[in-house]
Ligand binder design. Structure first.
Ligand code: SF4
Length: 88
């Protein structure tokens, strides 16, 4: 499945729980904010938003990472544009 992962840098406080849970998807940058990775890579440079093809297991991990964020800085959108997390 394909999902869009978005980190709001204004909300991110660098708590890094997303990085601990899903290190292939989130990494802290120089500003102590979480960049979004594609399987550990940032092909077109650092970004707070990225579309990623993931397996069911990877998806679960990414959702858990998003749920662990104390400031709800991470949003997950599906291919149809529906927000999967945080639930509306
Ligand atoms: S868990 Fe939230 S606040 Fe912490 S680094 Fe990740 S996005 Fe930022």
């Amino acid at each position: 499945m394909k999902i869009r992962i978005i980190v709001d840098p204004d909300l991110c406080i660098g708590a890094a729980s997303c990085v601990t849970i899903a290190p292939e998807t989130f990494a802290l940058n120089d500003e102590n904010k979480a960049d979004v990775l594609d399987h550990g890579q940032a092909p077109d440079g650092p970004s707070y938003e990225r579309e990623v093809e993931v397996t069911e297991d990877e998806f679960e991990k990414i959702i858990m990472g998003a749920q662990s964020c104390p400031t709800l800085a991470i949003a997950i959108i599906d291919e149809a544009g529906n927000q999967l997390y945080p639930e509306a």
